[in-house]
Design a protein. Structure first.
Lengths: 468, 362, 383
C-alpha cells in the first residue's frame, strides 16, 4: 500500500514539474518580428535612495526628446513613467521596453541593467543616473560591445575618461565640468586667495570638488585645507571645526551633498556664527534639487556651481525648449539637469537612428552624432555641442548666484557663462591620471582653455564683458 | 541511504529535490528562458550559498551572524584587487596586482577564511544579541573600509573582474552558461560539505556547544575554539559565494556589503528557514523571484495610492511577506513544510513517527 | 580573611596581580593613557605644507585649550543626544529583552511628523530661520510627534510582540520587518509640506530651534564662546537622565519595572500586571526616540537613511554601555560620543589623504575591541 502511494506521488510530482517547465518555455519563446525592426530602448534611472525624485524627471526628459523629434505620444502629461507610444526616428520605430529602477548603489544597478539588457533585450540604454552606477555600466558596456549606452546624467569622471568604452556616450559634462569657472570667479570677482574646502568623502563629492579646486588653483588660488566628512555623518561639528575660522581664510567651498548640506551649514553656524554669503561657494547642492528652499535663503548673494543648464537666461532656442517641455510635462522643471541631460541623450539617439535606420551595435556607435546642432544650452560655435575623442561632451557651463526673486523666493540665476569646458581641464585630467579623489587634483597653476574668457551674464543676457 | 527506511517527509523531499536537480541541470541545454539561466537561477545558487553560511552558523552553531555579507564582499574585493590589471584595457580601481587568476582565486578564498577566523576569535566569547552586535560592527567596518579606502576599492568598487577568470574556466563573457554550471556545482558541493561537516566529531561537538556551552566547557571542550572554527568555516563558504558573485556581476562595491544588503541576506535565510540548510536555497529563490517580478509589476489593484501597497515600493511588500512568515512560522518555509508532515501523523493511521536517527540532523 | 592575607608575603600578592590574564586590561589602560597623552601634550599643529603622524589640525590641548574645550563640549552634547535616543532603546531592551530594531524607523517617523507640524504652524515654506520660530512652535511639534509615535509603538507591541515574549530572535526579526515597512512608507508619504518637485521620497528637511537659542554663550573659561543650541541639547539630555532616574527609582511604576528587569517571572507571580508594565515601558521608549528625533532634527536635519544610522547608534550605545540599564546607556553614550568626535578631530592629519575621515572606521574598530573583551558591555551584568 505504502509503495503504491509513493510511486503515484512521485509520478504526480514529476508530471507537475514537467508541465510547469513546458509552460515556462512556451511563454518565453520568441515570436518573429515584423518589417523594420524596432530599436529597443531602456531608460535606466533611480526610483529609490537619494535620487528617487529623479525617476519621473529623467524619464520625462528622455521622452520629451522623443516627443519633439520622433513623434512620440505620451500616455500621461502628469506622469512620464506611464509610457510613450508612436516613437519613430525617421524610418525606425523606437520601442521603450522598460524603465530601470536603481538606488544609487552598484548592486541594484547590476540587476537592473541585466534585467533591461538581457531579459528585456534592449539594444540601447539611456542612463544611468548616478556616478557609481555609471562606472558599473561602463564596465558592463566594455563586456557587451553589441549594446549601446548613452549616459543619462551621471557625473563621475571614470566612464568616459579612464574606462571609455567604444559604445558609451555622454552628451553632458561630468561633475567637475559643471563647476568650471566658479574658482576663477572666486579669485577674480570675490578676491579670494586662500580657501578651504569641505567635501563629502564620496566619489561625487571628490569629482565636484575637483572642478572647483582645479579652476581656483589654475588662476593662482591656494586651497589651504581639505576636510572630508564621511557619508552618514550624524554630527558635522568636528568636521566643521577643522575648517579654518572665517578670519583666517578668504572663503569656503562646499560639495557636501543633499542629505548633509543643511546639517553641515547649521553646524558651521553654531561653531563660527552666521555665515557670510560672500565667503561661501557651494556646488549644485546649494542651488538645485530642492536646495532653493533649504539652503538658499541663508545664502543670498553666494555664488554656486552649475548643473550644465542656464536658469534665467533667455534665447530663442532655450525658450523653445522650455515651452515644449512645460507643455508636455507641466510638473517637471525643464531647467533641471536631470531633465535636460536625459533629453540630450534621447535626442542624440534619434539623430543617430535617422542617419542609420534600424542600426544597433557598432553601426549605431558610428551613426551617433559627434556634434549636436541647436543644443538648447549651448552658445559656443553657434550652438553646437561637440564630443571629444572619448565621446565625452565639451559643454558650455553656467555659473550662478543666489538671488532674491521679486516674489520673495530665493533661487539661482546665471551670472557667468563659461565657454567650451572640456573634461581634461586643459590637460590636468588624463586617462592615465587617477580619478578625482582626496588629493586629486593637486593644487596647481595651469592654463585652462576658458581662463580669462568667462563672460558676464546680466539680466539673462550673455554680455561680451569678460570677468577680469 | 536505504529508501525503505526513509520517513514520509524524507521521501517527498528527496523526490522533489531529485526532480528539481534534474530540471536545473538540463535547464540551459533545454533552451528554457535564458534570463532565468543567467540571472534568476545563478543568483539563487550563489546567494543560496551565502545564506547557507548564515544558516549553518545559526542552526548548528547557535549564532546569528550579520557578517556573512561582509565576508562575501571581502572575498570579491580581494579577488578584484589581485586578479585585475590596470592601464589601458584594464580596470580603473584597485591595486591591479595582475596575478594569475587561479592563484588570485585561492588567495581570495584563503584570505577571507583567515579574516573570518580572526573575526570569529574576537567574537567567540559573545552570544545571542551581543554576537549579533559584534558581527554587525564587522559589517559596518567592511562597508566603510571598502568605500573610503580608495586604494583597494572606492565607492564604485572594482569592476571588470569577470574579464580575468582562470584558464580552466575560460572566458565567461563568451560562454555565460559555464558560470551557471560552476555555480550549480559549487552549491551542490557546499550543501554536501555542510552535511558532512555536521556529522564529524567537530560538527557534533559544535551542536553541543550550541545547546549547552557551560556543560561542554566543563567537559573539557574549548567552546571559544569551536565557535571560532565554525565562523571560519562559514567564512570559507561565504567566500565561495563572493567569488561567484564577482564573476557574475563583474563589479564588487561597498553597496554589496552595506546594511540593506545584510538585511536582505538575513531575510533570505529567514524566509527559507533558519533551521535547515535546504532553506538557504529555498529562501534565496523566493526572495529573488519577488525582487525580479514585483518591481516590474508594481501595481497592486485596490491598494495602490498610485503605486504599490499604500504608495510604497517593493520594500513594503517584502517587509509584509517577511513579517507574515516570521509571525506565522518563525522557522520559515522549511518550518511550514515540516509542520505539514507533523499534522499528518495521527495515531490511528498506523504510520510510525520518524525515528530520530533517520531525521536530517536538526 | 585578614589572617590569610597576613600570611601571604607582599611580593607574592603583587605578583599574583601581574598574570597573563590581566594583560588585555593593562594593554587597554596603556593605550588609553597613550591616546590621552597624545591629545593633551604630544601632538603639534599641522603646517599648511602637509603633516606627519604627530600633527593634527588643532595641536595639543596644552597648545590650544580653546579648541580642546570646544571639542569636549561637542562630544558631551552629541553624547547627550545619543543618550536621549538610546535610553529609550535601553529601557525596552533592559526590561523586555526585546531588541527593538524598529527604533530607528520610529525616530525617522517622529522627525517627519514634527516637521509637518512645525511647517503647518509657521507656514513659511521649506527651511525656517530661527528668528521665525518661537518656543511654542518648537514644543508643539514635539508634543504632537511623541504621542503619535507612542501610539504606533504600542500598536506594534500589542499586535506583534506581546504574545511571543521571551523569543528574542523572533522579536528581533519581527521588528526588522516592521522597520522595513515603516521606512518604505515614510519614503512614500513624507515630506509633504515642501515645494512640488521635492515632495515625498524621504528628502532631507530640517526642524528649527527657537530664536533665542541662536546665540553664543561666554563660558568664561579660556575665552570660549559656545553655541547655546548645543547647550540646550545637553540640558535636555541631563533632564532626561534625571527624569528617568527619578521615575525608575522613586515611583511605584519604576519599582515594578526594576523588579521586572531583575526577575520577570517572580514579579508576575507576585501579582503585578507585568503586561501593563511592558506596554508602558515600550511606549516611553518610543516617546524618547521621538524626543531625540525632534532635538537632533533641529540640530541637524532629518532624511531617509537616518533610521538605519540611529538604530546603529542606539545599538552600539546600549550594547557597549551594558545590558539595558540607564546608567549603562549614559556610559555608552559618553564613550561613543567622545570617541566619534575626538577621532574626527584628533586623528593625525598626514596630508589630505588621512586620517580624520576614517573616524567612523576607527570608532567601530574600537567598539569591536571593547565588545571582544567585555562581551556584556562595560557595565553589563552577567545575566
Amino acid at each position: 500500500m505504502k509503495t503504491h502511494k509513493l510511486r503515484s506521488w512521485k509520478a504526480a510530482v514529476v508530471l507537475a514539474v514537467a508541465a510547469a517547465a513546458v509552460a515556462v518555455w512556451a511563454t518565453t519563446s520568441l515570436a518573429a518580428s515584423g518589417a523594420v525592426k524596432p530599436v529597443k530602448v531602456a531608460i535606466m534611472t533611480d526610483c529609490k535612495g537619494a535620487f528617487a525624485f529623479g525617476y519621473e524627471e529623467d524619464i520625462g526628459g528622455a521622452q520629451g526628446a522623443f516627443a519633439r523629434f520622433a513623434g512620440g505620444v505620451t500616455k500621461s502629461h502628469a506622469k512620464p513613467s506611464a509610457g510613450m507610444t508612436g516613437i519613430k526616428a525617421g524610418q525606425t520605430p523606437i520601442q521603450i521596453v522598460g524603465y530601470g529602477c536603481g538606488n544609487d548603489t552598484v548592486p541594484l544597478a547590476v540587476t537592473e541593467t541585466k534585467r533591461l539588457m538581457e531579459k528585456l533585450n534592449a539594444d540601447v540604454e539611456i542612463g544611468p543616473l548616478s556616478g557609481d552606477e555609471a562606472v558599473y555600466t561602463a564596465n558592463y558596456a566594455k563586456a557587451h560591445p553589441t549594446k549601446v549606452f548613452i549616459i543619462g546624467t551621471a557625473g563621475s569622471q571614470d566612464p568616459t575618461m579612464q574606462i571609455h568604452p567604444n559604445n558609451m556616450f555622454r552628451y553632458h559634462g561630468d561633475g567637475a565640468q559643471w563647476n568650471a569657472g566658479i574658482g576663477e570667479i572666486a579669485y577674480k570677482k570675490l578676491g579670494w586667495r586662500k580657501a578651504a574646502i569641505i567635501e563629502d568623502d564620496y566619489s561625487f563629492g571628490w569629482t565636484s570638488a575637483a572642478g572647483m579646486i582645479a579652476d581656483f588653483c589654475a588662476v593662482g588660488g591656494d586651497i589651504v585645507k581639505r576636510v572630508f566628512a564621511p557619508l552618514n555623518t550624524t554630527d558635522y561639528a568636528p568636521f566643521v571645526r577643522q575648517l579654518p575660522p572665517p578670519n583666517q581664510v578668504d572663503g569656503y567651498f562646499s560639495t557636501i551633498g543633499g542629505t548633509g548640506t543643511s546639517a553641515m551649514l547649521k553646524a558651521f553656524e553654531q561653531a563660527y556664527g552666521k555665515p557670510e554669503p560672500k565667503q561661501w561657494i557651494g556646488n549644485l547642492f546649494f542651488g538645485f534639487l530642492g536646495a532653493d528652499k533649504v539652503v538658499a535663503p541663508k545664502f543670498v548673494g553666494s555664488y554656486v556651481g552649475g548643473f550644465g543648464n542656464a536658469p534665467g537666461v533667455h534665447t530663442p532656442t532655450m525658450d523653445a525648449y522650455r515651452a515644449f517641455m512645460n507643455k508636455l510635462y507641466p510638473k517637471l522643471p525643464a531647467d533641471d539637469g536631470f531633465v535636460y541631460n536625459y533629453y540630450m541623450a534621447a535626442w542624440a539617439l534619434v539623430q543617430g537612428l535617422q542617419k542609420a535606420p534600424g542600426a544597433t551595435g557598432a553601426k549605431l556607435d558610428a551613426a551617433l552624432p559627434r556634434a549636436i546642432k541647436g543644443a538648447p544650452f549651448q552658445l559656443s560655435g553657434g550652438g553646437v555641442l561637440h564630443l571629444d575623442s572619448r565621446r565625452q561632451a565639451i559643454q558650455d557651463e553656467y555659473q550662478l548666484q543666489l538671488v532674491k526673486n521679486p516674489d520673495g523666493s530665493v533661487g539661482p540665476t546665471v551670472v557667468a557663462y563659461v565657454p567650451t569646458v572640456d573634461q581634461s581641464f586643459g590637460g590636468l585630467f588624463t586617462p592615465s591620471s587617477p580619478p578625482p579623489g582626496r588629493t586629486q587634483p593637486p593644487c596647481k597653476k595651469v592654463v585652462t582653455p576658458w581662463q580669462g574668457k568667462i563672460q558676464v551674464v546680466t539680466n539673462g543676457k550673455v554680455t561680451t564683458q569678460v570677468i577680469k | 541511504m536505504n529508501p525503505a527506511s526513509w520517513t514520509r517527509r524524507q521521501q517527498v523531499e528527496r523526490t522533489i529535490a531529485a526532480v528539481a536537480l534534474v530540471l536545473v541541470i538540463i535547464w540551459p541545454a533545454a533552451g528554457f528562458s535564458s534570463y532565468w539561466t543567467h540571472q534568476i537561477l545563478i543568483e539563487t545558487f550563489l546567494f543560496g550559498i551565502a545564506a547557507s553560511s548564515l544558516i549553518f552558523l545559526s542552526a548548528y552553531g547557535g549564532m546569528v551572524s550579520l557578517a556573512q555579507t561582509a565576508l562575501f564582499g571581502i572575498a570579491g574585493i580581494i579577488l578584484g584587487n589581485i586578479a585585475t590589471k590596470g592601464g589601458p584595457g584594464g580596470t580603473s580601481k584597485g591595486l591591479h596586482l595582475g596575478w594569475d587568476p587561479t592563484l588570485a582565486l585561492i588567495v581570495a578564498i584563503v584570505g577571507t577564511t583567515i579574516i573570518g577566523l580572526i573575526g570569529g576569535a574576537v567574537a567567540s566569547r559573545s552570544t545571542g544579541i551581543y554576537f549579533l552586535m559584534i558581527t554587525l560592527t564587522y559589517s559596518v567596518i567592511a562597508t566603510y573600509t571598502l568605500g573610503q579606502v580608495t586604494k583597494i576599492s572606492g565607492f564604485s568598487g572594482i569592476g571588470g573582474i569577470n574579464r580575468y577568470t582562470p584558464g580552466w574556466i575560460g572566458n565567461l563573457l563568451a560562454h555565460p552558461n559555464r558560470l551557471y554550471y560552476i555555480a550549480l556545482g559549487t552549491a551542490i558541493v557546499v550543501y554536501v560539505l555542510i552535511r558532512l561537516v555536521i556529522r564529524t566529531p567537530f560538527g557534533i561537538s559544535l551542536q553541543g556547544v550550541r545547546d549547552e556551552p557551560i556543560r561542554m566547557s566543563s567537559l573539557g571542550y574549548a567552546v571559544p575554539l569551536h565557535r571560532t572554527l565554525a565562523f571560519g568555516f562559514a567564512a570559507f563558504i561565504a567566500a565561495l559565494a563572493g567569488v561567484l558573485y564577482a564573476w557574475w556581476a563583474g563589479q564588487v562595491a561597498p553597496g554589496d556589503v552595506d546594511l540593506p544588503q545584510t538585511i536582505s541576506l538575513l531575510i533570505m535565510a529567514v524566509i527559507g528557514g533558519l533551521i535547515r540548510i535546504e532553506g538557504a536555497w529555498v529562501g534565496a529563490f523566493a526572495f529573488i523571484i519577488m525582487q525580479n517580478y514585483i518591481t516590474s509589476n508594481t501595481h497592486v489593484p485596490l491598494l495602490g495610492f498610485g503605486g504599490t501597497l499604500f504608495g510604497g515600493s517593493f520594500n513594503t511588500i517584502i517587509g509584509i511577506i517577511f513579517l507574515v512568515i516570521v509571525v506565522v512560522s518563525p522557522d520559515g518555509l522549511m518550518g511550514l513544510w515540516g509542520r505539514i508532515f507533523e499534522t499528518r501523523h495521527r495515531p490511528d493511521t498506523g504510520e510510525s513517527p520518524p525515528t530520530p536517527a533517520a531525521e536530517p540532523a536538526n | 580573611m585578614s589572617a590569610l592575607s597576613a600570611r601571604i608575603p607582599d611580593r607574592e600578592r603583587v605578583s599574583s596581580w601581574l598574570t597573563w590574564r590581566r594583560l588585555p586590561v593593562f594593554l587597554t589602560f596603556l593605550l588609553i593613557a597613550l591616546a590621552l597623552a597624545y591629545i593633551l601634550f604630544i601632538t603639534t599643529v599641522e603646517p599648511f605644507t602637509g603633516g606627519n603622524w604627530r600633527t593634527t589640525t588643532f595641536g595639543s590641548a596644552v597648545h590650544d585649550p580653546k579648541d580642546f574645550l570646544k571639542i569636549v563640549l561637542d562630544s558631551l552634547t552629541f553624547a547627550s543626544a545619543l543618550f536621549i535616543v538610546a535610553s529609550g532603546f535601553a529601557l525596552i531592551f533592559g526590561l523586555m529583552r526585546t531588541v527593538n530594531m524598529a527604533h530607528g524607523a520610529f525616530y525617522l517617523l517622529a522627525g517627519y511628523i514634527a516637521y509637518e507640524v512645525q511647517q503647518g504652524m509657521t507656514g513659511q515654506g521649506f527651511s525656517l530661520d530661527s528668528s521665525q520660530v518661537n518656543t511654542w512652535e518648537w514644543l508643539v511639534p514635539l508634543l504632537v510627534a511623541a504621542p503619535c509615535i507612542m501610539v504606533v509603538g504600542l500598536v506594534v507591541q500589542q499586535a506583534f510582540l506581546r504574545w511571543n515574549q521571551g523569543q528574542e530572535l523572533r522579536q528581533a526579526l519581527i521588528t526588522i520587518a516592521v522597520s522595513v515597512i515603516v521606512a518604505d512608507q515614510i519614503i512614500a508619504h513624507f515630506p509633504r509640506n515642501v515645494s512640488q518637485g521635492q515632495r515625498f521620497g524621504g528628502n532631507a528637511v530640517d526642524l528649527t530651534w527657537p530664536g533665542w537659542t541662536d546665540r553664543f554663550v561666554n563660558l568664561h573659561v579660556a575665552g570660549v564662546q559656545y553655541s547655546l543650541a548645543r547647550l540646550v541639547v545637553l540640558a535636555i539630555g541631563v533632564a532626561v537622565g534625571v527624569g528617568l532616574w527619578l521615575w525608575l527609582y522613586r515611583t511605584k511604576t519604576g519599582m515594578k519595572i526594576r523588579a521586572g528587569v531583575d526577575d520577570e517571572q517572580m514579579t508576575s507571580a507576585l501579582g503585578i500586571n507585568i503586561q501593563v508594565t511592558f506596554a508602558i515601558t515600550f511606549a516611553v521608549g518610543c516617546g524618547l526616540a521621538a524626543l531625540g528625533a525632534v532635538v537632533w532634527a533641529s540640530q541637524s536635519n532629518i532624511s531617509s537613511g537616518q533610521d538605519g544610522q540611529w538604530l546603529l547608534n542606539s545599538l552600539v550605545v546600549v550594547i557597549v554601555g551594558g545590558m539595558g540599564s540607564i546608567f549603562g546607556a549614559a556610559a555608552g553614550a559618553i564613550l561613543f560620543g567622545f570617541v566619534a568626535n575626538f577621532s574626527a578631530s584628533y586623528l593625525p592629519t598626514t596630508g589630505s589623504d588621512c586620517c580624520t575621515q576614517y573616524s567612523t572606521i576607527f570608532t567601530f574598530v574600537l567598539i569591536a575591541f571593547v565588545l571582544s573583551f567585555r562581551p556584556r558591555g562595560l557595565f553589563g551584568r552577567e545575566a
